[in-house]
Design a protein around this ligand. Structure first.
Ligand code: ACO
Length: 329
């Protein structure tokens, strides 16, 4: 029994923050941001908008595209590090919004690798034979934890994401392999120090801006290229594949230079690499499902194509996944 993706969808909030908008609030330039990252704009949530709202839009589209009623969804997995609340879970809010009366679900925190962790988790439920339909959504509202006085980080991120419905298949199609990793020795390099049980919110913690994401950009960059390239090469090798066998590579969209370096190390030509970071920035757990959904909408995936996914993020977490694509009406 394999798990296969039978529907994809994506959603980003309406509000757009361009590089030129950022030029007005911090000491930066469109030229610097574009040349260092490939980003020209990002979408950000409005005042009364949160992660569960974006997830709900995606969940509704998924049901419509696959022609399912919400009662047919058995598990809802929301991959995010920017949930609406610590409790209840974002999955609970989405369940209620779509009326999935027979589902259970949970939030999964894997940062930028979250969607790969989610697909792997959902696939295992399906492969067990106990579940037939799992909804996996990756969304982050990174603008809610961005320090818009810190130019080292605030230019990189945006809000949005996408999702997929996983169903069972007795064919050899679907998710065929994955390599997933975590290494907490990298925790301090990309961290939001405040707001959790280590440093609950106090006037002092808020004044010292502990509730924003902080990073050592150079170190993250170095580990990201090596991490994504290593697991991408390893998954190809252990499946007797080369870059030539891959129809499409969808990497986590953190920085165009990280993507280019990873693709080069894996022997993947430019035309096989999906890059949409220019429009959205880094939406953390949202980047891969957002790009996947766009690829499907643009007709970039045909039956039998081998798709390679790879991600790297806070934790550190990283991973790769191979999918033999099957198209669904
Ligand atoms: N605008 C203008 N100047 C800036 C900005 C900015 N937004 N940000 C930093 N600078 C300045 C720095 O202060 C520095 O100035 P200095 O030399 O006077 O000190 C100068 O630009 C060069 O900075 P570098 O850090 O050398 O720039 P670099 O080429 O390394 O690019 C970047 C920085 C884009 C952050 C890069 O390191 C990177 O992408 N790292 C990965 C981080 C990442 O993607 N994190 C996301 C989460 S993890 C993930 O998703 C993989």
């Amino acid at each position: 029994m394999n798990a296969t993706i039978t529907a994809t969808a994506h959603y980003v909030p309406e509000k757009i923050l361009t590089n030129h908008d950022l030029e007005k609030i911090i000491d930066t330039s469109d030229e610097w941001i574009q040349s260092r990252t490939g980003i020209t704009q990002r979408h950000i949530v409005g005042k009364n908008e949160a992660t569960s709202d974006l997830c709900t839009q995606i969940a509704k589209q998924l049901l419509e595209k696959r022609g399912l009623s919400s009662d047919e969804i058995q598990i809802i997995i929301i991959c995010t590090c920017t949930p609406d609340y610590f409790a209840p879970s974002t999955a609970a809010l989405v369940q209620n919004n779509i009326g999935a009366s027979k589902a259970w679900g949970f939030d999964l925190s894997g940062a930028c690798t979250g969607f790969l962790y989610g697909l792997e988790t959902g696939a295992k439920f399906i492969e067990s034979g106990q579940y037939q339909r799992v909804m996996v959504i990756g969304v982050d509202s990174m603008s809610t934890i961005m320090d818009y006085t810190d130019r080292n980080i605030c230019v990189l991120f945006g809000d949005g994401g996408g999702g997929a419905i996983l169903e069972s298949t007795i064919t050899e199609m679907g998710i065929i392999d994955s390599i997933l990793r975590i290494d907490g020795s990298g925790a301090d390099y990309l961290i939001m120090p405040g707001g959790g049980s280590r440093q609950p919110a106090t006037v002092k913690s808020i004044k010292s801006r502990q509730h924003y994401l902080k990073q050592d950009g150079k170190t993250v960059y170095k580990f990201a290229v090596k991490g994504m390239a290593d697991v991408s090469k390893d998954i190809l090798t252990r499946n007797n594949l080369t870059g030539d066998d891959i129809s499409l590579f969808i990497p986590h969209q953190a920085n165009k230079r990280i993507i280019d370096a990873t693709a080069a190390r894996c022997g993947l030509s430019e035309d096989k690499v999906l890059i949409n970071i220019g429009k959205y920035g880094n939406t953390t757990a949202g980047t891969i499902p957002l790009a996947l959904s766009e690829a499907v909408d643009d007709g970039r995936l045909n039956n039998g194509n081998i798709l390679l996914l790879a991600a790297f993020g806070a934790g550190f977490t990283w991973g790769s996944m191979l999918i033999k694509w099957n198209t669904h009406p």
